[in-house]
Design a protein around this ligand. Structure first.
Ligand code: PMP
Length: 368
């Protein structure tokens, strides 16, 4: 018997657990991880190269620990797109919004504390809670995947969590949470005990509705988390950020590793932010493709959850894993998130979406 993980003195709460892992399979059409299908435009690639070359000349030094220039540009982007003033002191950046979430849980969660999410939702919230020793509470969602306010308020009153996650648009279901619901949950969380409410807006640029950044005023326990992985088409960059009261930005400094954001990452993100207008044009294309997927899947007779994201949840399947496999057999990788009866497909290029629609059409034909 070979030596394995179970032979190591790993923490009890990690025993028998699996790491996060969407399959990275070599398949012609990959629509499974909500990536943006469009490679960065060539002028932006050039600009990244210039900025990185410049940064490389100073790699003997540690990077700007407070990433001031980057936070200033991110604040400008938020102010421009959300129509709500955000300053650099309201913004904090890290290696992907996963790291932002980890820093928030290290700061406001931890041993003896709890966090709640309304599931099915982004599975990493619970996994990062576990990794930071924060107790995880799986809050309820309705049959139609909306948050049932009364049930959610009851769960908050009962468990008095230290951190409340609200993902809008939600992953994997795709639907957005109405601002009134977010406000009511914020009030419920403050009434139970002063707790932090983290609104995960990873997909907000694809939404029909507005960002909730405007709710930050006068709500110091509210945090909006964002990423450059989706709308900016830069999942490989690993750049996430948050907007909140400056006190929250001060608080996460207590747990961030010094110089966590490399000079190369900061240079690349700054280059991408110079090309925001071009990148947001791809978002418009993807929104149109998302709407086409919704319409065509419905026309084929599938149930489709309303989507405000760059992906679509569709069903219902008696055996969703078998359905996932049938689509994969036709060269298209979608995602089985473990939501019984449902699968999720990311909006790709028009050609990729056609390949996906051909695959499901073919499956329907075989069944009839
Ligand atoms: N939040 C949500 C809701 C997500 O779906 C994802 C990525 N799948 C993330 C956060 C993390 O994104 P990243 O770490 O790439 O910024």
């Amino acid at each position: 018997m070979s030596f394995g993980i179970d032979d190591l003195p790993v923490r009890d709460e990690l025993r028998g657990k699996s790491p996060y892992g969407a399959p990275q399979l070599d398949v012609p059409v990959r629509l499974n991880t909500n990536e943006n299908p469009y490679p960065l435009p060539e002028p932006l690639v050039e600009r990244i190269t210039e900025r990185v070359r410049q940064a490389a000349r100073h790699l003997n030094r540690y990077p700007d620990r407070d990433a001031v220039e980057l936070r200033t540009r991110l604040a400008e982007y938020l102010t421009k797109t959300a129509g709500h003033p955000v300053a650099a002191e309201n913004v904090w950046a890290a290696n992907g919004s996963n790291e932002v979430i980890q820093q928030l849980l290290q700061t406001f969660g931890g041993p003896g504390r709890t966090a709640i999410g309304f599931e099915p939702s982004y599975s990493m919230h619970g996994l990062i809670a576990r990794g930071t020793g924060t107790g995880w509470i799986s809050g309820p969602r309705g049959e139609d995947f909306t948050i049932d306010l009364a049930a959610a308020e009851k769960a908050i009153a009962e468990h008095r969590p230290d951190v409340v996650f609200i993902t809008t648009p939600n992953n994997p279901t795709g639907n957005a949470v109405p601002p009134e619901t977010v406000l009511a949950l914020y009030e419920a969380a403050q009434a139970a005990k002063p707790s932090m409410v983290v609104v995960d807006e990873a997909y907000i640029e694809f939404s029909h509705g507005d960002s909730l950044l405007r709710l930050l005023d006068g709500r110091p326990n509210l945090v909006v988390s964002r990423t450059m992985s989706k709308a900016f088409g830069a999942a490989g960059l690993r750049l996430g950020y948050l907007a909140a009261h400056p006190a929250v930005v001060d608080a996460v400094q207590l747990v961030r590793l010094p110089y966590h954001l490399s000079a190369i990452t900061q240079a690349t993100a700054l280059a991408a932010l110079e090309h925001t207008d071009t990148l947001l044009k791809y978002v418009e294309r993807l929104k149109a493709e998302r709407d086409r997927l919704v319409a065509e899947l419905r026309a084929l007779g599938y149930d489709v959850t309303e989507s405000d994201a760059n992906f679509v949840q569709f069903g219902r399947f008696e055996d969703s894993h078998a359905a996932w496999r049938e689509i994969l057999d036709r060269g298209v990788l979608v995602r089985d998130n473990g939501v019984p009866g449902w699968l999720r497909v990311t909006a790709g290029t028009p050609a990729e979406n056609d390949a996906f629609l051909d695959a499901v059409r073919d499956i329907k034909k075989e069944q009839s």
